[in-house]
Design a protein around this ligand. Structure first.
Ligand code: SF4
Length: 344
């Protein structure tokens, strides 16, 4: 049975203790009896235990670093939002295809930022620049933020902060069901709460360490009942034996479990994202998950030029069209009034 994330080891930067959130977290982990080590900066979280690289990687995913976010410039986050709001990086999940394996490189531990006021002030600047246009912030670009928020509550603070902003909207996605503390947040309808869902095959073989689909849907029901604008991200859409049936069953299950919940289906969104990989990601995945069933055969894919000169391999156009048409048809069959935000 999956349990809420508790780190085995905590690193803290001394500067983090100058912030209220830093003090709260320090005291919390001390009381929990977790070993806390001081570190001078992000780059000096060293000595993560482990006899080899593989062990170190596993242990890093059980390590939490508490730090101060120095770069206050936000990255962009297309197509779902204008900016990525940096609350945390890293994740304790072990999804084989996860792009954090390459974007976080040699620092796969989980890191939470304590200078929340500075981060929110920066968000305000972006909102002011764009108003009266709305500015959307994505909080799950570099971590599964819900999966650690039962410990930090920084996401909850962000939800309540954006709840007060006329020109701001927040969104995030999760594969975890630990949502209870977020249900009473004053979101004012400004936060879109999404769950990542997939066919049984993908969840069973490629998403170790995350919540099972049933628990994600149970959590989605609570979130809908709490009045959050909500949605589902079907990702990565992955071609496997029986994929059509697998995704159909997923929609059927979602429909059956949501049918008794009172919510506005017109405000329900679906985002559809096909599987993709880069060459560097493939190398890392093969090292870390050598027995994975995830197929990454360049010859069976189409190359798409990407940012920073690193292209990605997506499905060939014909397969993409089939995936898009099939999953869109299922979405419309089971949730006719919902919106498909995009397929990519
Ligand atoms: Fe990556 Fe999300 Fe899986 Fe975490 S839950 S490992 S962020 S894909």
């Amino acid at each position: 049975m999956i349990k809420p994330f508790i780190p085995e080891l905590v690193y803290i930067e001394p500067r983090a203790l100058e912030f209220e959130q830093g003090k709260i977290l320090h005291d919390k982990f001390s009381e929990m009896g977790i070993e806390i080590r001081e570190t001078t900066s992000h780059n000096q979280v060293r000595g993560i235990p482990g006899a080899n690289e593989f062990q170190k990687y596993k242990n890093a995913k059980n390590t939490l670093a508490i730090g101060v976010r120095k770069t206050l410039e936000f990255d962009t986050s297309k197509p779902s939002a204008e900016y990525a709001i940096p609350l945390a990086t890293g994740c304790m999940g072990h999804c084989h295809y996860c792009y954090l394996q390459t974007t976080l490189g040699s620092k796969p531990y989980i890191r939470t930022y304590v200078n929340l006021e500075e981060i929110f002030d920066q968000a305000k600047k972006y909102m002011d620049e764009r108003k009266p246009e709305l500015t959307r912030f994505e909080a799950a670009c570099t971590s599964d933020i819900v999966g650690i928020d039962h410990l930090t509550h920084s996401l909850k603070k962000a939800v309540e902060y954006i709840g007060q902003q006329k020109y701001g909207r927040l969104r995030f996605v999760t594969k975890y069901h630990y949502v209870d503390h977020l249900l009473d947040a004053e979101h004012n309808g400004h936060t879109r709460f999404r769950f990542s869902i997939n066919a049984d095959f993908v969840i069973k073989y490629m998403e170790p360490g995350t919540s099972p689909l049933d628990l994600r849907i149970e959590a989605a029901k609570k979130v809908l009942a709490a009045g959050y604008p909500s949605g589902f991200i079907v990702a990565p859409i992955y071609v496997h034996d029986g994929w059509e049936e697998g995704y159909y069953q997923m929609f059927q299950k979602l429909h059956d479990q949501l049918k008794d919940v009172d919510y506005d289906e017109e405000n329900l969104t679906f985002e559809l994202i096909q599987h993709r990989f880069t060459k560097p990601a493939k190398r890392v995945i093969e090292q870390r998950y050598p027995k994975s069933k995830l197929e990454m055969n360049e010859e069976e894919r189409k190359y798409k030029w990407g940012r920073y000169g690193i292209g990605k391999y997506v499905y060939p156009t014909e397969t993409q069209d089939k995936l898009k048409d099939t999953i869109s048809a299922y979405t419309k069959e089971f949730f006719p009034d919902s919106t498909i935000s995009y397929f990519t």
